[in-house]
Design a protein around this ligand. Structure first.
Ligand SMILES: Nc1ncnc2c1ncn2[C@@H]1O[C@H](COP(=O)(O)OP(=O)(O)O)[C@@H](O)[C@H]1O
Ligand SMILES: CC(C)(COP(=O)(O)O)[C@@H](O)C(=O)NCCC(=O)O
Ligand SMILES: [K+]
Length: 258
């Protein structure tokens, strides 16, 4: 089976693909100190709880926005799965459609995976809004190429920055406030971040569409996409597994065109 690993700056997601569906998805916090042995104990325990002890992992594809984590993930593949992983963004990993960006720029591998996943499911002329540590907007052209986009600070990063920078502001979890005018500190912060991000998404997608000059589909992904989808009509569709799907597409492409 194919193990897909998506390392973000906050969390690392492992998903096991049997060629048709993801039979298991597990999440760990991203820590570059974690060793291959630690990953393996953790993953095999979780696989066992899903009745997947007999599943044989013989292929791995990795997207990591944290370069130093890749070393121990490579050791994991070598020691326990007896394979060399395909690492998105490395020269030996080919993409179905190469990105069109300025010379020397290395787009985040998560964004390349999103573009591949979005193009496979929806065709081109797409904006992917990905809620991670950063909130990214990835623009996918008509032919499926990643052509750039927008990087803004993530929702939780903004909440954390308010708490860290202002002595009287507590740590607050994101939620959708009923009203805009908060009547206590927590409501005020939730309103600022929730409605602030709603405006950011509306504003940026509108500007991207105007600059692009053709109709575009907007896909929301990442943990907080469903929450923001409740507030306003921000996305045409929300797809939780878009990055993972993109990893399976990139893996299949590399296998076919060996
Ligand atoms: N369903 C959720 N509800 C609330 N917070 C979430 C949810 N999913 C993710 N988050 C938070 O969003 C932030 C970024 O999430 P994640 O998608 O894991 O980022 P990354 O891919 O950059 O590691 C984290 O702080 C995480 O705790
Ligand atoms: C913007 C990002 C930090 C987002 O990563 P994440 O929120 O998933 O941790 C990542 O895509 C990245 O490191 N990009 C490199 C620069 C670029 O894409 O242009
Ligand atoms: K991500």
């Amino acid at each position: 089976m194919l193990l897909c690993i998506d390392t973000g700056n906050t969390n690392t997601v492992f998903a096991l693909w049997d060629g048709r569906t993801f039979v298991g998805t597990w999440r760990a916090s991203t820590e570059h100190q974690r060793t291959a042995d630690q990953y393996f104990v953790w993953l095999s325990t979780l696989m066992a709880t899903r009745g997947l002890s007999d599943a044989v992992i013989d292929e791995v594809v990795i997207s990591s926005t944290v370069p130093r984590v890749v070393f121990n993930l490579r050791v994991l593949c070598d020691r326990y799965f007896n394979c060399r992983p395909l690492v998105v963004g490395k020269p030996e990993c080919r993409l179905p459609v190469p990105p069109r960006v300025e010379e020397g720029v290395r787009p985040g591998p998560d964004r390349l995976a999103n573009a591949a996943g979005a193009f496979d499911r929806h065709g081109g002329d797409v904006i992917v809004v990905d809620f991670g540590t950063a909130t990214n907007f990835d623009v996918v052209a008509t032919d499926g190429a990643y052509v750039g986009g927008v990087i803004s600070p993530g929702v939780n990063l903004s909440l954390e920055a308010l708490h860290m920078g202002a002595a009287a502001l507590p740590h607050v979890d994101i939620s959708q406030p009923d009203k805009v005018i908060g009547t206590n500190t927590v409501e005020c912060i939730q309103s600022g971040v929730f409605w602030g991000y709603t405006g950011l998404i509306q504003g940026i997608t509108a500007r991207v569409k105007a600059e692009y000059g053709k109709p575009m589909k907007v896909i929301g992904t990442g943990g907080l996409a469903p929450l923001f989808a409740q507030g306003e009509d921000l996305f045409d569709v929300v797809e939780d597994d878009l990055t993972m799907h993109g990893l399976t597409v990139i893996h299949a492409f590399n296998k076919e065109t060996k």
